[in-house]
Design a protein around this ligand. Structure first.
Ligand SMILES: *Cc1c(COP(=O)(O)O)cnc(C)c1O
Length: 353
C-alpha cells in the first residue's frame, strides 16, 4: 500500500470503500435525479455539510463538478458589463482563476475591468468583486483569517469570493467574511474527484438573480432554481453526493478537526525546521493544510525518489516550484500513524545531509 501525502487528488477516507458498496446496494445510483429519493439525499447532504463544516444557516449550498467550474460560473453569471474584479493571489491556482475570468469577461463582449495583485501594496479599492485563494495549494502559502479580514477591509469590495479547495474540511472557515466560497472534494474533504461544493450568501444569491444570466447549462440562476427543490440542472455526480453525505456524517465537527490539523501542522513545521537545507514559509504566511518544502532541485528529486521506494508519495512541486519544492498534504483523512511513518523515513533520509 502506498501512503499518499499528495495534496490532491489526496488520500480518500478509507471508509469510502464501504460507502461505495452501500451506494450500489441501496440502488441510489440508478435513481432518477428528479426522484424524491435523490432529493432527500441531496437535502440531507446539504444539511450534514452545513452542520459539520459550520456553514451559516442562511448560505445557499449547491454542487458543481469542480472548483474550475466555479471559477467559470462566477465569471459567467456573477459579473456583468461595467463591473470590476480584483484577483488577489500568490500562486498558480489563484492565477489560473484570474486567467479564466479574463478570458470569459474581457475578451468576450463583457467589458469587465480586471486587476491582478500579488501583494498588498496599492490595491485598487471598491471593486465589484474581490477574489482570493486563501489557501494556495500550489506553493503552500495561506492568507490567515485576520490577514484576510484586513485585506477585505482595505479593499472594500462589494462582494468577496474565496477558492478554499485545499482548506474546506480541514480548518474552520470565516464564511461571514465572504459571499461565495467553493472547494473541490478531492483534497481536504478526502473524497474521490469529480465534484465541488459551493456556498453563497443571501446577498450573492440576490445579485445572481438581478443579473439573471441564463445562457448556459450551468448559469447560476438555473443552479439556484434547481437547488431550491434539491435538484440540479444536469444529472449530477450522485455517487459523489452520496459519499459526501456519508463522510459528513462520519467526521467530527470542524472545530475539532481544525484543532487537530493546526496541532499537526505545528508539529510538521517544527519537524521540518530541524533540516536547515530545506525551508518552509514563515509563520504568518504558511498553510496549515498544504506544506511546501523548498530546497535544491537535486535534493528534492532524490528525496522524492527515495520516499517513493519506501512507498510514500510526496506531492510534487507545482508551477514555478515544480523542481525546487515538494508538498506534504496535512489533510484530516491522513492518520497519525501515517504521519509518524512519513516523518521517520524523512528523518532517516535527511539525517546524513
Ligand atoms: C486543486 C485546486 C483547484 C482545481 O480543482 P479542480 O477540481 O481540478 O477544478 C482549484 N483551486 C485550488 C485552490 C486547488 O487546490
Amino acid at each position: 500500500m502506498l501512503l499518499s501525502f499528495y495534496p490532491g487528488p489526496a488520500k480518500v477516507y478509507p471508509q469510502v470503500s464501504q460507502y461505495m458498496q452501500e451506494a450500489m446496494q441501496e440502488g441510489i445510483l440508478s435513481l432518477n435525479h428528479r426522484s424524491p429519493a435523490f432529493m432527500s439525499l441531496c437535502e440531507a447532504t446539504i444539511e450534514n455539510c452545513r452542520e459539520k463544516l459550520a456553514i451559516p444557516a442562511n448560505y445557499t449550498l449547491f454542487f458543481t463538478s469542480s472548483a474550475t467550474e466555479c471559477w467559470e460560473i462566477i465569471a459567467q453569471s456573477f459579473l456583468q458589463e461595467g463591473d470590476s474584479v480584483l484577483h488577489y493571489y500568490r500562486g498558480a491556482f489563484g492565477e489560473k482563476w484570474a486567467d479564466y475570468t479574463e478570458k470569459l469577461c474581457s475578451y468576450a463582449s463583457k467589458q469587465v475591468r480586471i486587476f491582478r495583485h500579488e501583494d498588498a501594496t496599492s490595491l485598487p479599492t471598491n471593486p465589484t468583486l474581490a477574489c482570493f485563494t486563501p489557501n494556495e495549494t500550489s506553493n503552500g502559502t495561506a492568507i490567515n483569517d485576520s490577514a484576510l479580514r484586513k485585506l477585505i477591509k482595505g479593499i472594500s469590495p462589494a462582494f468577496v469570493a474565496c477558492d478554499v479547495t485545499s482548506s474546506l474540511g480541514g480548518v474552520q472557515l470565516p464564511f461571514k467574511l465572504g459571499d461565495i466560497w467553493f472547494a473541490s472534494v478531492q483534497k481536504c474533504l478526502g473524497l474521490p474527484a469529480g465534484m465541488a461544493v459551493c456556498m453563497m450568501s443571501p446577498r450573492a444569491v440576490k445579485r445572481a438573480y438581478e443579473i439573471g444570466e441564463k445562457a448556459h447549462y450551468n448559469s447560476l440562476t438555473n443552479i439556484l432554481d434547481n437547488i431550491q427543490k434539491f435538484q440540479t440542472p444536469y444529472t449530477p455526480n450522485i455517487l459523489g453526493i452520496y459519499l459526501l453525505n456519508k463522510v459528513m456524517q462520519q467526521v467530527a465537527p470542524i472545530a475539532e478537526i481544525d484543532a487537530m490539523i493546526r496541532r499537526r501542522a505545528k508539529d510538521w513545521y517544527a519537524f521540518l525546521a530541524q533540516y536547515k537545507k530545506y525551508s518552509t514559509h514563515g509563520n504568518f504566511t504558511r498553510s496549515p493544510t498544504v506544506l511546501c518544502v523548498e530546497s535544491k532541485p537535486a535534493k528534492i528529486q532524490h528525496l522524492k525518489t527515495e520516499m517513493q521506494n519506501r512507498h510514500i508519495v510526496l506531492g510534487n512541486g507545482y508551477g514555478k516550484g515544480k523542481d525546487n519544492s515538494f508538498r506534504i498534504a496535512n489533510f484530516p483523512a491522513i492518520t497519525e500513524e501515517e504521519i509518524a511513518i512519513c516523518k521517520a523515513n524523512l528523518a532517516n533520509l535527511l539525517v546524513s545531509e
